[in-house]
Write a protein that binds this ligand. Structure first.
Ligand SMILES: [Zn+2]
Length: 71
């Protein structure tokens, strides 16, 4: 595992970073705007709302690390 991922994982354990999965279409190179909080919530079938192409959710998913700010 890459060092940067270890660091991110440690920060995530502290609760200052949340992770979610966003669907990115490799056909039209657009984010679909669909995000999932856990990998379990990702459906088996999904299609791109821009080009209508079936998405390969294993390939077309991008892990987003989001910094949670204390307010
Ligand atoms: Zn598309």
């Amino acid at each position: 595992m890459n060092d940067i991922y270890k660091i991110l994982e440690n920060i995530r354990r502290l609760g200052s970073i949340s992770v979610y999965y966003e669907v990115y279409c490799n056909s039209c190179h657009e984010f679909t705007g669909i995000g999932y909080e856990t990998i379990n919530k990702i459906p088996e079938y999904s299609e791109c709302e821009h080009c209508g192409k079936e998405l390969n959710l294993l390939k077309d998913i991008v892990v987003i690390y989001k910094v949670t700010q204390d307010e």
